[in-house]
Ligand binder design. Structure first.
Ligand SMILES: [Zn+2]
Length: 67
């Protein structure tokens, strides 16, 4: 995936993302397909809670800051 612009995926947030959240909706994503959201420190809990509330499998990993 391209990560040229690592801004947070939360609507309206323009902060730089520090974390990538790879997630999958088992009903629409088959096999190894997944989506990636980027999150700033502040919105990691918001986005992971959103996914956990829907019982979507997710994986959180740090991303290097872009300079
Ligand atoms: Zn954010």
């Amino acid at each position: 995936m391209t990560e040229e612009r690592r801004t947070c995926s939360r609507a309206g947030c323009r902060q730089q993302a520090s974390t990538a959240i790879d997630w999958r909706n088992p009903r629409i994503h088959t096999g190894d397909r997944s989506k990636t959201w980027l999150a700033c420190e502040e919105h990691v809990p918001f986005l992971t809670d959103f996914l956990r509330a829907r019982a979507f499998p997710l994986q959180v990993r740090p991303v290097e800051p872009v300079r």
